[in-house]
Design a protein around this ligand. Sequence first.
Ligand SMILES: Nc1ncnc2c1ncn2[C@@H]1O[C@H](COP(=O)(O)OP(=O)(O)O)[C@@H](O)[C@H]1O
Ligand SMILES: Cc1ncsc1CCOP(=O)(O)O
Ligand SMILES: [Mg+2]
Length: 267
Amino acid sequence: MPKQNSPGRLVTAMRATPPLVHCITNYVAMNIAANVLLAAGASPAMVHAEEEAGEFAAIAGALTINIGTLSASWVKGMHNAARSAARNGKPWVLDPVAHYASGFRRETVAGLIDLNPTIIRGNASEIIALGGAESRGQGVDSRDTVEQAEETARDVAIQYGAVVAVTGAVDFVTDGANAVRIAGGSPLMPQVTALGCALTCLVGAFAAIAPEEPFDATVAALASFAVAGEKAAALADGPGSFSWRFLDALAGLDGTTLDAAARVTPV
Ligand SMILES: Nc1ncnc2c1ncn2[C@@H]1O[C@H](COP(=O)(O)OP(=O)(O)O)[C@@H](O)[C@H]1O
Ligand SMILES: Cc1ncsc1CCOP(=O)(O)O
Ligand SMILES: [Mg+2]
């Protein structure tokens, strides 16, 4: 019998019943995010048009919203989708990519947070800035460490009633009361563009599998990336070969392997 909190049980459940995941993500991430979801056993759909995003969120198991490449029309689609997810009791995940970089991004994230994301996933600079603390972030990459973001992550989780995941060398997940660190992965991961965005979509896939357990769903997604990343890096020559090896490693991951290899430590 798997342990109650084992991330592997959610991997097994996903392979048994592939969830439909509604992803509003950026142009850079669309392809790799869809491939990551397929490798993990989920069914991705990239749907951002304001004319259909609300309708689609109602039929998907979960929604993910990423502000990486914004336009006014996309923001309307995001609002329609987030409102529809809330109306239909579907979890939704926010990825506030470089939200400190412009007024448009700041306003967009403020508006989306008002729509109550279930989970927020970002790198350290993004989460620090979300809590109003001093962030060194400029573009899409983090310039801060996860450790520096942990206290703010707890505050953000409490303030917005969301599970908050900060990713980096060692990931941190909190709902304000509970917290874990997840070790693993590889320094090659931030060398492959949009892997963080793809992870946000995978968090959505696990949230669709376990909508009542957003904390465990987030841990399962991050632990899957940590274990697959470590495995891929062991044989990779650089970011190019890492990228395809990572997809293969994710596709080969099953629940038992994940539970044996995941390094999840309560804080
Ligand atoms: N130095 C590192 N060592 C190991 N894993 C890392 C490292 N940096 C990032 N990762 C992993 O890369 C993935 C994407 O995280 P991150 O790079 O923080 O997101 P983003 O692409 O949004 O900035 C996560 O699974 C994270 O754990
Ligand atoms: C390069 C770039 N520019 C806008 S979105 C994007 C991708 C960011 O991906 P990630 O947040 O996973 O590094
Ligand atoms: Mg990112």
